[in-house]
Design a protein around this ligand. Sequence first.
Ligand code: AMO
Length: 443
Amino acid sequence: MADLLEEDLGTWRRTHYSVDINPNLNESEIIIMGWVSSIRDHGNIKFLTINDRFGHIQIALKKKDCSKAVLEKTEQIREHTSIAIKGKVKSEIKAPNGAEILPVEIKILSLARKASPFLIQSKKSVGIDTRLDLRALDLRRPFLQSLFNIRNTIMDSCREFLRKDGFMEVNTPKIIATATEGGAALFPIFYYEREAFLAQSPQLYKEQLTMAFENVFEIGPIFRAEPSRTNRHLSEATSIDVEKAFADYNDVMNLLERMLSYVVSKIQENNKPHLEYLNITLPDVALPFRRYRYSELIEMLQNAGESIKWGDDLAFQKLQKIQDAKVDSFYFIFDWPAAIKPFYVKPRSTVTNECESFDLMYKSLEISSGSTRVSRKEELVERMKKQGLNIGAFDYHLKVFDYGVPPHAGFGVGMERLIMSLCGVENIRDVVLYPRDIDRLSP
Ligand code: AMO
């Protein structure tokens, strides 16, 4: 019975989005489309709220003025039903946009058959697993709509910034033959008769491309087999990878901080309603960001009574100690021990057990790492040997270095972690459409 109510679009097309409706359109005939987010029945008048991608609009059904067909249809509607409404705009001071729609005809395009297992309007909702199981429905929540609109601005503004700065966007293979960041975190796959891997990072390709295009960037997926369950690790993340020829780590640290400052200015410009809804103040991105030498932080931690020595990685928990004491926004940690950074990172010429590397941190969360790269073949082979890598497996990469790879430097920014830091989100799964982790492979 209910199915018979559903109709095709036919010749109907949307004339206005919710944001376009305002009192100036009073008496105009319009068609809006979207989904029903709330129904309030006051006896002789019923209000529907229709959401579309830009916001929501109120529909007022005065029972004495509506046709029988319209009233019958609205009896069938529950929240989430997809709907088209032909009607007249009426200015109404009490309505959200100063105007509402008086419906003349309604098409039910797709009925919601079940009640949503979670509330759409609330910022805090049920546990994330229930929501992820029905993620597309979850994504109708204004909270996530705001986050993903901000994510969209981040993607756009990074691209815009890098293009203006003379970078070319590239796409490198995601099916690869060898590890780039160390062997432990690879996902093996079948590739015809051979074993291959999902790319952990575009590192080696972006480096090679500096010899042809000088300045390149890629926004794409990286795959990491992360067995730990944390709120900041995914098995499939998005990275903003940047590589620049004839530059060193100081140049790209400057580039990265300028990029983030640009991104924040664009969010402020484009996402005012989303920032207001989320009730967030964006972090301070005054330039330059603070810069701490790795050895300085080790000393700071030792003085604070931590058992840590030079050469140890700066674990998340330790960094929380520094955060409490010192920093509450973005900062760089530079000149890391060479032994704990990948083989392609260039050792410092003066203090060779350190390397020209940096991490960009937000409080205790690592947002990006980058470095000056080794551009001479012999030095690269030596670094690989020191790290116990199978040099033969990197032959395809090493042979490029016989043909004048320029000095170069770059960084990779974790997109999800960047959004977490900008929007104050605690669980990384919330800022990915369909997260992948050790427990989740669907939807
Ligand atoms: P790194 O391994 O530090 O460096 O990765 C760069 C940034 O990517 C993000 N990231 C992750 N985000 C979510 N889940 C994960 N499992 C995950 N792993 C990494 C982090 C991290 O700072 N090739 C170098 C970059 C370079 O030097 O250009 C690299 O991949 O925010």
